[in-house]
Design a protein around this ligand. Structure first.
Ligand code: DAH
Length: 338
């Protein structure tokens, strides 16, 4: 092969290179020319046997051919890779598909917040069973046999004589039975009542019970601690109101209200235009209750309170219907974040 033929071959190789539209065709071309048994290997062999006068020139041209083609093949390969990306049937600018993330239920959010606030005030968390005995739910809490709360119309009685607890207060008794004073606990949990469901009632709802027993605990401690809690939970401008009331297990007893968070106390649908939302009851532990758990009521006093979890959730998040908390509609639940 002479120089001229070699140059023609090079020209053809470069044209074929331009025509190679896919990585496979390019590889085929590379093997054909540059492979170990390819055309150029053969030509190099031929150069050795060529006329000594032509050999240097032929050698140089063959070398240039080999190097240039090698370079161009690499370059073309990179080009083809880029084109690959451009023509791929995928729009890389589309947002990805996110797996749906769960959120905590508003009831859980409130219980966790209440727990954190009281934990910072030195309270630990106690627990008791949902299926309770009449002793813990009523007797030990100084509730007389003929108290209306025991009525089957109000309480879910179980076939074995037990009941679904109507309040978290029985946890007070269970705790005091197992430890001497001082006691400082909260007990979050489910409670059950035979209420007809409507916008503000549910047959199954949640309370957080609180109990603090020590020497010299007074009504002033109760008012202070509930008010501190209210401010941390609802914001510094919340007002707290205590109204005289009756509970068998406290004396004196109160019901307490928070100023309505939804309207700032001016009056709205949620607070039925009163500006206040009833949260629950509280009071100083009745000496009869201390007697049941063998606490010395001459030495110790204590306060106790209940706290309606749904009430707090409703005013904190502006929920107008308690049923929204149980309907399990994710479009609603996902809007409520801590
Ligand atoms: N257990 C009461 C209820 O469910 C609320 C309550 C009132 C709890 C006074 C207390 C208390 O601890 O001292 O209505």
């Amino acid at each position: 092969m002479n120089t001229e033929e070699l140059l023609k071959l090079k020209q053809r190789a470069l044209e074929e290179l331009q025509a190679a539209g896919a990585p496979a065709a390019l590889e085929e071309l590379r093997v054909k020319y540059l492979g170990r048994r390819g055309l150029l290997a053969e030509i190099m062999q031929g150069v050795k046997n060529a006329d000594p006068a032509e050999r240097p020139l032929l050698g140089r041209v063959a070398n240039e051919f080999k190097n240039e083609l090698g370079r161009r093949v690499d370059q073309r390969r990179r080009e083809l890779q880029q084109t690959d990306v451009k023509i791929a049937p995928c729009d890389w600018t589309l947002p990805g598909r996110w797996p749906r993330q769960g959120t905590r239920h508003p009831i859980s959010i409130v219980i966790e917040e209440v727990t954190a606030i009281f934990a910072a005030m030195g309270f630990t968390v106690a627990d008791g069973p949902d299926m309770e005995t009449a002793y813990y739910n009523f007797d030990a809490l100084n509730t007389p046999d003929d108290h209306p709360a025991r009525d089957p119309q109000d309480t879910f009685w179980l076939a074995d004589g037990r009941l679904l607890r109507t309040q978290t207060s029985p946890v007070q008794i269970r705790v005091m039975e197992t430890q001497p004073p001082p006691v400082r606990i909260i007990a979050p949990g489910r409670v059950y009542r035979r209420d007809t469901t409507d916008a503000t009632h549910s047959a199954n709802f949640h309370q957080v019970e609180g109990l603090y027993v020590d020497r010299g605990v007074s009504m002033a401690d109760l008012k202070n601690d509930i008010t501190c809690f209210a401010r941390r939970m609802m914001g510094a401008d919340v007002k707290v109101r205590f109204r005289p009331h009756f509970f068998p297990f406290t004396e004196p007893s109160v019901e307490y209200d928070f100023s309505c968070h939804v309207c700032g106390g001016r009056g709205c649908r949620v607070c039925k235009n009163s500006g206040w939302i009833e949260i629950s009851g509280a009071g100083l532990v009745h000496p009869q209750v201390f007697a049941k758990v063998n606490y010395d009521y001459e030495q110790y006093t204590g306060y106790a309170f209940g706290l309606g979890v749904e009430r707090i959730a409703m005013i904190k998040y502006g929920i107008h219907d308690i049923r929204a908390l149980y309907a399990n509609d994710l479009r609603f639940l996902e809007q409520i974040r801590p």
